[in-house]
Design a binder for this molecule. Structure first.
Ligand code: AMP
Ligand code: GLY
Length: 426
């Protein structure tokens, strides 16, 4: 079978790498891919948003399964178009993906079905937003969220009324996030520890993935601005059996069944970003896709055939496969361009990749890289995802940091404390 992976990040490299190991897969394509995906797949120069072009390619090459990485093509209806053409595709439909694509929909859905989440209000214009903020209903800090997709940047934690009014103005009046900020969610600030909970569902039943913890802050000690993720470890040190059961019964199962009842059958990856508060787990957000970088250590740990699992979800028979995971913990450290998540330069030549990959147990996934004239150069903010597994997490992290020291590009930086801190917000 041929498989197409849509996307160009470290998540997609990890997915393509694992899919290429399936004995049932003869060829993997990645569209558009990056400098690293070409090592495990054939890169196809089609944008992730070129849905018609991707559909034509899949028909022409007789691709047996398409796996969508990022949220944007899902929100655009890639899955609906592929299904209309009779093509096999892993991911939620446009209507189901709204659980990620619209924060207003997601919050109202949770409120309707008593899925635990922070208290909130929706504002359509600055006047409304100001009224809610001035009422002091949520106190400070308060959280403002642009309704639509904003590449992970549409959430602002505002310490004061003035900052909150400024952020509301940026979103609603100055259109900082374009149409994504036409409406905003104003939400109470939740304290606790953050946990990502990720499952694959066939629309009715679920297979949880091994737990993982993301490190979102840019700098050591969880300081600095929020990023898409600067590292991840699996399993999550914050997960207990009791918490796992509680999240399944209060969040995941109701979300999957209520989406189905509302005519939004959700097939694909359902990812709940949660805050574990004193009152129990509360949903910060849902995503309708694999996490990035959580997927990278998860793909290092999966031992059974990923393609079997994805196909079982597509066929709405997810429990037919047994999913096996390595007991060994795994980690991932993101090597980023200096300046990320704000502005940064691209086109820096990367060296030391072969030397890094020679450390036993280490796999280097590429994120923002491209391959040109026999060399790798940076092409994004998050550049490399250095991963490893070992008997202990400390052992895995040691291998990872040994590998990080072997790679070099101008102005690179990475967090030195992945796997050692426990994320907590107070
Ligand atoms: P989201 O995209 O909604 O997950 O938000 C991105 C990040 O903002 C989360 O991972 C949290 O670190 C933070 N965040 C979002 N909502 C809240 C909240 N209600 N209280 C505290 N932090 C939040
Ligand atoms: N690492 C966070 C995300 O994938 O949304």
């Amino acid at each position: 079978m041929k498989v197409l992976v849509v996307g160009s990040g470290g998540r997609e490299h990890a997915l393509a790498w694992r899919i290429a190991k399936s004995p049932r897969v003869e060829k993997v394509y990645c569209a558009p891919g990056n400098g690293g995906t070409r090592l495990v797949a054939e890169n196809v120069p089609l944008a992730e948003t070129d849905i018609a072009g991707l559909g034509d390619f899949v028909e022409r090459e007789k691709v047996g399964l398409t796996v969508v990485g990022p949220e944007v093509p899902l929100a655009m209806g890639l899955v609906d178009e592929f299904e209309r053409r009779g093509l096999r595709v892993f991911g939620p439909s446009k209507k189901a993906a709204e659980i990620e694509g619209s924060k207003v929909f997601a919050k109202e859905f949770m409120a309707r079905h008593r899925i635990p989440t922070g208290r909130f209000r929706v504002a359509d214009d600055l006047d409304q937003a100001r009224k809610v903020l001035a009422s002091g209903e949520f106190g400070f800090p308060v959280v403002l969220k642009a309704d639509g997709l904003a590449a992970g940047k549409g959430v602002v934690v505002c310490p004061t009324l003035q900052k909150a009014e400024e952020a509301a103005g940026e979103m609603l009046v100055r259109k900082k996030f374009g149409t994504a900020g036409r409406r905003v969610v104003i939400e109470e600030f939740l304290c606790g520890r953050e946990v990502s909970f990720i499952v694959i569902t066939d629309g009715l039943r679920v297979q949880p993935l091994v737990t993982a913890m993301d490190h979102k802050a840019a700098y050591d000690g969880d300081r600095g601005p929020n990023t898409g993720g600067m590292g991840a470890i699996s399993p999550s040190p914050l997960m207990t059996e009791k918490l796992f059961e509680e999240i399944m019964s209060t969040v995941i199962t109701p979300a999957v069944t209520r989406l189905l009842e509302e005519g939004r059958k959700f097939k694909g990856v359902l990812y709940a970003g949660l805050m574990i508060t004193d009152e129990g787990p509360k949903v910060l957000e849902f995503n309708g896709r694999f996490g990035d970088p959580e997927t990278q250590p998860q793909m290092v740990r999966i031992e059974s055939d990923l393609v079997d699992l994805l196909e079982a979800a597509v066929d709405e028979d997810i429990l037919r496969t047994e999913v096996r995971w390595s007991a060994k913990p795994a980690g991932c450290v993101v090597v980023a361009s200096g300046g990320y998540p704000m502005s940064y330069e691209k086109g820096k030549i990367i060296s030391g990749l072969v030397e890094a990959g020679e450390i036993p147990g280490v796999t280097v996934f590429h994120a923002g890289t491209r391959y040109e004239n026999g060399r790798y150069a940076t092409s994004g903010g998050r550049v490399l995802d250095v991963c490893a597994s070992d008997e202990t997490l400390a052992g895995a992290m040691e291998r990872i940091y040994d590998a990080c020291r072997r790679v070099y590009f101008e102005a690179m930086y990475y967090r030195r404390d992945i796997g050692t801190v426990r994320e907590e917000r107070t």
